[in-house]
Design a protein around this ligand. Structure first.
Ligand SMILES: Cc1ncc(COP(=O)(O)O)c(C=O)c1O
Length: 389
């Protein structure tokens, strides 16, 4: 028997990184502080839960629209206009199971076997497996490491070939915490237009920005709406990671193929989950402001502490829930150091090279996933680890 399909067998499976190593220690009841998961700490706000519960009580339990419930998509159209400055028709929005499913559907709709897709490195590992499963080839284009992981035209242009079909952009960026400037986005836009490429823009961190930082959706740049698939999710901003709810918007010419993937894959997203997300997008945004204020305090605590550790330097992330400290001055490899930290300090951080070779020399430290108290405790453990003679 031939099993599994060639598509599956050749797709890279990144696994769970340091978490797998941490599990072995957890089995010994060691108190680990988890700074490797990219998940929000707080519970889903009550009004969102209540809306989903009410939907169940009201009998919203049957098949719905493949594209997502109409009133929900109408609310998303308003949000896209007011927050992202994207003008979309209600037929240009598709509801998905989180951002993962939005990007999966878009990639499966866009990629023919042999097509090349450019990821900017360091990259988010989950984007590569689905490209390969769709028969595409992942091509890494480096970000400009020397300039705080900025976008540089020549570094991307030299990776473009006649087979290139798409560039995947994460803005704001995981793992670097960058918000790309308009000039940086214009580089991607110019390349996409010049070489007739699609852009998949992952904007899962759109709301998690600090110090008046605001990201720009690349779809709003001239000529980009018709070639950009912009993906969003409720995951991070509303602490809804386990709910699995997101959406995408694209020009109506791109929608039928993406919808065909969604229909064949999940039929449509759970209807009562959509009611919870509807409450999130239409209700008070106070929950988001509160979470951001806490995340900002945690970010400041973490970055200040990291910069006080021997051999560690860390830029202030403008967005996301990640610090990406440089550890090259320790003289250690990222994975060795992350393992040493795990075993000696009992703090779980991700090795930078989990995000590609360019991440070597870095660690990714998530400050979003634990309480403020536990974050302070983690920083004390790490300071002791790095600064002890
Ligand atoms: C850049 C990026 N895209 C997508 C996701 C996954 O989002 P979702 O849980 O909505 O599928 C994450 C989660 O960490 C992420 O960092």
């Amino acid at each position: 028997m031939k099993w599994p399909s060639k598509r599956f067998a050749t797709a890279s499976q990144k696994g769970f990184g340091m978490y797998e190593q941490a599990l072995k220690l957890e089995e010994q009841n060691i108190d680990l502080i988890h700074l490797e998961f990219g998940r929000p700490f707080s519970d889903t706000p009550l009004h969102i839960k209540e809306a989903a519960k009410k939907a169940l009580d009201d009998g919203i339990v049957h098949y719905g629209d493949f594209r997502g419930s109409l009133h929900f998509r109408e609310a998303l159209v308003d949000k896209l206009k007011n927050f992202n400055n994207i003008t979309a028709g209600v037929d240009e929005v598709l509801v998905t199971n989180g951002l993962t499913h939005a990007s999966f559907s878009a990639i499966f709709a866009a990629i023919d076997p042999g097509d090349e897709v450019i990821l900017l490195e360091p990259y988010y590992p989950q984007h590569s497996g689905k490209i390969e499963m769709a028969g595409g080839c992942v091509v890494m284009a480096p970000l400009d490491v020397e300039n705080n992981f900025s976008i540089r035209r020549d570094l991307i242009e030299e990776k473009i070939t006649p087979k290139t079909r798409m560039i995947v952009l994460i803005n704001p960026a995981n793992p670097t915490g960058r918000i790309y400037s308009k000039a940086e986005l214009q580089i991607i836009a110019d390349l996409a237009i010049e070489y007739d490429l699609l852009v998949l823009s992952d904007e899962v961190y759109e709301y998690i920005t600090y110090d008046d930082g605001r990201h720009i959706s690349i779809a709003t740049l001239p000529g980009m709406r018709e070639r950009t698939i912009t993906c969003f999710a409720f995951t991070k901003a509303y602490s809804m990671d386990g709910w699995r709810i997101g959406y995408l918007t694209a020009d109506r010419s791109l929608i039928p193929a993406i919808m065909a993937v969604i229909m064949n894959d999940v039929t449509h997203v759970n209807v009562f989950v959509q009611e919870g997300a509807h409450a999130a997008v239409t209700g008070s945004q106070e929950c988001l402001r509160e979470m951001l204020a806490v995340d900002k305090r945690k970010r400041d605590t973490v970055v200040e502490a990291l910069n006080g550790m021997k051999g560690v330097t860390c830029h202030m992330p403008e967005s996301t829930i990640y610090a990406f400290p440089n550890i090259t001055a320790t003289g250690k490899q990222s994975t060795d150091l992350a393992l040493e930290i795990l075993h000696k300090a009992h703090v779980v951080v991700e090795s930078g090279n989990f995000y590609g070779d360019l991440g070597e020399g870095y660690l990714r430290v998530c400050f979003g996933s634990e309480s403020e108290e536990r974050i302070r405790e983690a920083m004390m453990r790490l300071t002791k680890f790095f600064n002890s003679p």
